[in-house]
Design a protein around this ligand. Structure first.
Ligand code: AMP
Length: 538
């Protein structure tokens, strides 16, 4: 027997009209452009009419290559309202991966800001499916020449008359396409449905999650091209929070200006961004007053960073875990009133508990469940309403028959689903048959006052299989050396975790989403060790 309730599609296109009705006066700020949810909704309707005039139909794929601006946000909502699919290409990719992802997505229409155009012109010959180009600028900023087909100005599209939108698509229809960063092999496409975007937003913004409300001012730091900007384009208008879009420049001084100038209460982003801001705050001896909460994910936030924000600035930090395949994300580290202090501390150093709608389990090499006892390490798998079932244009399912998706992470779970990731499986250091957590070594290292960045990798060792080696970037002016660092580290870790060598480097190789490129770091470390005088094995 079916229920007798109304059956409205959980379509993303319903979000902005709601914000227009309920929070039409609330501001959306993007550089010098100041809009409201009311004016934004009108622009989105005109953009949708312009897209229809360009021939965009439900199910069509269009690609956008841009930073976080109001135009990019408008595209998010206009394509969703039309039932078209927005491929959010990543401007931090190299030319080969960019050409590959745009080609694989199969879009006929490319939206690019002027930075995106600069990336696409050199690969224009390889973008053979692109038949039309819309540059995210006003007519006055249009370049005199362009190597991409039929360029028009975005603002010209908005001259279309505000037209009624088509009926919402089926909630299971595709809304956005985002590719994995492909550190090994070709990038893979995660094709998010409307339903996945809506359910993950609703679940993650609840009080024991990001805890967003109409009194918040949200600074959208996570790029809209990565995991739908961690849901900010949907969550902020759903609750009526003021939204600040920072564009390309995420320099600490600019972030601070936006935070103070716009009254930002909440932001999200990868730990490296917030480490940069913290260093800037310390250098200027500036204390944050209005910022209440920072969500950190994409990599593990070092406890020293979490502590500094909480203790020095009174900012609540919420570590969160997700991956491209899980839409916005699946777990958050929010201590509950019932958590004893020691457990709350441990929780903050891990990846949190699943939110409603997501489930984790841990398995061994043979796929047998590992006990969730908080200590047994296994391969973490995830499933849930917004977890990928298969990759775009791939034949094979991405999961096993029961819907479990391998995350590529290894770590522990406990009886309440509390997850602690110790490594990416391919980055794990196994010494004498035992795991050494590179994340934990890095987190400890970064707490040293002279260390700006730290990366730990495993190097082959005749006796132990592998031994950890640490690559450190010193803070400006610091003179720390290897023996002094090891003497400082030794009392904090088991003896056999102590890095075999410490190397100092100018910078660490990073992925487009600021994670350390461990494969490249391993190659560099191997080379540096080879160049250095040979040492006696232990
Ligand atoms: P991506 O698909 O680029 O978003 O990368 C997903 C991966 O980032 C995950 O599988 C984890 O390895 C890592 N990651 C994301 N969030 C966290 C976190 N809070 N702590 C540790 N690793 C994380």
């Amino acid at each position: 027997m079916l229920g007798l309730m109304q059956d409205h599609s959980l379509a993303v296109g319903s979000v902005l009209p709601f914000a227009e009705r309920q929070f039409g006066h609330v501001e959306v700020v993007s550089g010098a452009t100041r809009l409201t949810y009311g004016s934004l909704a009108g622009r989105v309707r005109r953009l949708a009419a312009g897209l229809v005039a360009l021939g965009v139909r439900p199910g069509d794929m269009v690609t956008t290559l841009a930073w976080n601006t109001h135009r990019q946000l408008e595209l998010f909502h206009a394509t969703a309202a039309l039932g078209a699919v927005l491929h959010t290409a990543n401007p931090r990719l190299g030319p080969d991966q960019l050409a590959y992802t745009i080609g694989h997505a199969g879009s006929g229409l490319l939206f690019a800001d002027l930075d995106g155009l600069a990336l696409c012109e050199p690969i224009a010959d390889r973008l053979t499916r692109i038949k039309g180009t819309v540059l995210l600028c006003d007519p006055a900023a249009m370049p005199a020449a362009c190597r991409l087909p039929d360029p028009i100005s975005y603002d010209a599209l908005l001259e279309a008359a505000d037209a009624p939108l088509p009926p919402p698509p089926d909630e299971r229809a595709a809304a956005y396409l985002c590719y994995t960063s492909g550190t090994t092999g070709l990038p893979k496409g995660a094709l998010y449905s409307h339903r996945a975007c809506m359910l993950s937003s609703l679940s993650l913004m609840q009080p024991n999650g990001w805890n967003l409300g109409a009194d918040d001012v949200v600074l959208a730091v996570p790029p809209l091209f990565h995991c739908v900007g961690w849901g900010v384009p949907f969550m902020a208008p759903m609750v009526g929070a003021k939204l600040v879009l920072p564009g390309r420049d995420l320099d600490p001084a600019r972030l601070l200006d936006l935070i103070e100038g716009e009254g930002v209460t909440m932001s999200l982003g990868v730990p490296t961004i917030w480490q940069g801001l913290l260093d800037h705050l310390s250098a200027r001896n500036h204390r944050l007053t209005g910022l209440k909460c920072l969500g950190m994910g994409g990599s593990a936030p070092p406890p020293a960073l979490v502590d500094a924000y909480q203790k020095q600035h009174g900012v609540r930090v919420i570590p969160a875990w997700g991956m491209t395949e899980t839409t916005i994300g699946c777990s958050l580290a929010v201590p509950l009133a019932s958590d004893l202090p020691a457990r709350a501390r441990a929780l903050m150093a891990g990846q949190g508990r699943p939110v409603f709608g997501a489930e984790f389990r841990s398995v061994d090499e043979a796929g047998r469940p590992v006990p969730p006892d908080g200590t047994s390490i296994g391969h973490i798998q995830v499933r849930g309403h917004w977890v990928a079932a298969r990759y775009f244009r791939a034949g094979e399912p991405a999961t096993d028959a029961d819907g479990w998706l391998p995350t590529g992470d290894i770590g522990t779970l406990d009886g309440q689903g509390f997850m602690r990731i110790t490594d990416r499986a391919k980055d794990a250091i196994k010494s004498g048959g035992e795991w050494i957590s590179s994340i934990e070594l890095e987190n400890l290292a970064i707490a040293h006052p002279d260390v700006a960045e730290a990366g730990a990798v495993g190097m082959p060792h005749a006796k132990w299989g592998e031994r950890p080696v640490m690559a450190l970037v010193r803070c400006p002016g610091a003179t720390l050396d290897g023996p002094a660092f090891l003497a400082w580290l030794a009392p904090q870790i088991p003896k056999w975790w102590l890095p075999e060598s410490v190397l100092f480097v100018d910078s660490l190789p990073r992925t487009p989403t600021a994670k350390i490129r461990k494969a490249e770091l391993r190659d560099r470390v191997r080379q540096l060790l080879k160049d250095a005088a040979p040492r006696e094995p232990r």
